[in-house]
Design a binder for this molecule. Structure first.
Ligand code: SF4
Length: 214
């Protein structure tokens, strides 16, 4: 996105405002990423990360935080976050000179393009059963939706980005737009749960800030 016409100013804007960045990079190998995201996406991602590194993002001791978000290229769970971070740091540094602070892992949510892929390959039920069978109650206190809300560009409020992607806004009894923000009402709200929520509670858990345990 940082390379799209009209968006070239964003890295410098982020630097000026000390914006903390979490950049999606499913894996450190081009063929895996391009298979998931489309031809050429890996090279574009590297170019964007290099630009951010040049501005000071991701360097050791830098206040300009650059974290990466990895997710498996298929219908399986990510390896332990700490182990994958070591691998990414070594390989991205050695092969491409890319630096970053932390790596977060994300379980693939059974929504959107990944859901289409699962249904096309007749794997949807199996994947969902696997997520549900790996339910870990210890992840529940840290779920994103219990501590954050998601705000669309139009100001509409959602429990999380996944619910936003699925167009599941907050319940009708709640403030549904940022202009009506009411902390008390939102703190005690009923969260809109559905099947995809098992993606957040499986194994070590999953969120926009990585695994929820360890
Ligand atoms: S997907 Fe479900 S469990 Fe996960 S953050 Fe959103 S509402 Fe909460």
């Amino acid at each position: 996105m940082l390379l799209e016409p009209g968006k070239e100013h964003l890295p410098e804007f982020f630097r000026r405002h000390r914006v903390e960045l979490v950049c999606s990079l499913p894996y450190y190998q081009a063929d895996m990423v391009d298979r998931l995201r489309g031809a050429g996406v890996f090279q574009k991602s590297l170019e964007a990360l290099r630009r951010l590194n040049e501005l000071g993002y991701g360097r050791e001791g830098s206040e300009l935080v650059l974290n990466l978000m990895a997710n498996p290229v298929g219908a399986y769970f990510p390896p332990p976050q700490a182990e994958l971070e070591i691998l990414f740091r070594r390989e991205l540094g050695r092969r491409y000179g890319i630096r970053f602070h932390q790596l977060f892992t994300l379980i693939n949510m059974p929504i959107g393009r990944f859901e289409e892929f699962l249904r096309r390959s007749n794997n949807y039920e199996r994947y969902l059963n696997r997520l549900a069978g790996s339910f870990n109650p210890a992840t529940v206190p840290s779920l994103m939706c219990r501590h954050l809300i998601s705000v669309s560009w139009e100001g509409i409020l959602y429990d999380c980005d996944f619910n936003q992607a699925l167009n599941l806004p907050l319940g009708e009894e709640l403030p549904r737009h940022i202009r009506d923000f009411d902390l008390k009402a939102l703190q005690h709200r009923r969260i809109r749960l559905a099947e995809h929520c098992y993606g957040c509670t499986a194994g070590s858990g999953s969120s926009c800030a990585g695994s929820l345990e360890g």
